[in-house]
Design a protein around this ligand. Sequence first.
Ligand code: ZN
Length: 274
Amino acid sequence: MPNQPKVQDVSTKETGTESRKQFTPGGYDIDIAVTGFPGKSVCHGTLGWSTVALLRGRGRTCLIDAGSMSMRKLVIDRLSERGLTPKDVTDLILTHSHHDHSVNWTLFSHSRIVIGEAELEWAVNEPWGETPVPELYVRELQTWPTLHAVKDREEVIPGMTAHLAPGHTPGCLVYLLKGEKHDVIFTGDAAKNRAEMVSGTTDMTYDAALSKSTIEMIWKLWRERPGTVLVPGHDLPMVQENGVTRYVGKREAAIQAWYGDDLESQTLFRLTEN
Ligand SMILES: [Zn+2]
């Protein structure tokens, strides 16, 4: 597997270790362990290919979201490629309760688990079997000893604050990490992808009007400091360059299928733009 894009590699001009340090916002190395994909299947429901970001620094190893159940082995592998095991993760920071972001909290049950207080309260009352909320997992999480349910504007780790971003779900959180030169914004599904951010309209939202004002709020945070990196819940990281949205890193997404009579004959579908 080729290397995943590193947000710190956003630098286009500087090279060498000094410049790498510059792109270690707030004293954390940011590494996109799994890059989310901005699409859904046509005939089989949602894909749930979500972003899992790794933050290391200041004595902590944090994950922002933990992927879907089908990503369990992948998440373990991506940690292992970086010399880590799930036990090394000190903080699991969840953007919201949907299964493709939260269900793997059980892999990190020893970690401090951060989720919005309002989100969890809403999620445990969702009807069973009807929504993307993993009902039993959120019920268990509600009383888990290492749970840390946070409020709007609360600092979740040194230098990073939670911002209530309702719409996709009522208690979605966006996380803002303050850096020396620029910030990093983890939007989760409050803005799932580039199309939602740029158009200001959203798919799969609990409240379209709320989502719209949430996206405006995210834009305000994004424009505040030049070079700020936005990491969506289902897309590559992005930056603003002279008013144009530019992806950081390279997309990797493909499906292989067996249409023949043996396992050797495979058809590969690349899901990249070109
Ligand atoms: Zn979601």
